[in-house]
Design a binder for this molecule. Sequence first.
Ligand code: PEP
Ligand code: MN
Length: 339
Amino acid sequence: MIVILKKNPDEKQLKNLMGWLESMNISVHPTEGKTHTILGLVGDTSAVDIDLLRALDIVADVKRVQEPYKNANRKFHEDDTVIPVGQTQLGGGVFSVIAGPCSIESEEQICAVAQAVKASGATMLRGGAFKPRTSPYAFQGLRGHGLELLLKAKRMTGLPVVTEIMDLSQLELFDEVDVIQVGARNMQNFELLKELGHTGKPILIKRGLANTLQELLMSAEYVMAGGNHQVILCERGIRTFETATRNTLDLSAVPMLKKLTHLPVIVDPSHATGISWMVKPLAMAATACGADGLMIEVHNDPKSALCDGAQSLTPEAFDDVMQSVNAILPHAFKAPKEV
Ligand code: PEP
Ligand code: MN
């Protein structure tokens, strides 16, 4: 980090600033120029509040040289993180396909979908019990009962399960859940992220509707700073001016995230497009550009789904997507360690 001082800085304030930085184990290297003095800060500056520095009377500007995330940073952890989940894993060369309905609706529904997606090669089962809906009048999910049904499907198929948590009060119900999902709308629920950092469970964080990759990585950093390093990132489309699709899938996020972080990166083409026939081309594209996996919504009867039917695949359509994805996998882009 580089701090550019204003002309003729007050000496006492400068001494205080240097003392404060050194108290954080940061060594300060001043260089006097013709007009300005700059301070080169060496050490772990991730805990330095850049806005606070900028607001000081004697400071003209501050530039970060190093990213503000340390745990998630590929620079400090060259090898891909591999997260074991049940008999399978996320990252490390295993392509994970997480499939299932948007919402768990009944035992018959979740069990039928679980069996079908397993037969087509899905490695994990998804299903929402606590649903973040835009309207308070829309189906809110079966909540605790939904989780029980999801766990039945897990026992029946042996597939590990992924489901969303919306609030800390629900955490006690997640004991047998394999991967806890933090939805796009909660990506910056920092209290939730902090608490999930104290669990021993893999945490799948979906990119917020209007969040940068750096913000997504900072959310991962929240979980990791608490000691839980099992974090998976999910690109699920962002808000743009385009209205033809539900969101705009930012596929450039995949190779870029793979460069910036060692964490597994997956893509959700269902929420990205909102349209079932578009799931296949975008699942194929996501596979080709180097994603570690996919999350796809599948329903046994999409027309009568209580949530997101328009983007849900039938089991047959999902099987077709799996075949196309498997054909692409051997040719998928592998990001070089140093791009
Ligand atoms: C979901 O996966 O069920 C979901 C609500 O997705 P998102 O948070 O990406 O909107
Ligand atoms: Mn959904």
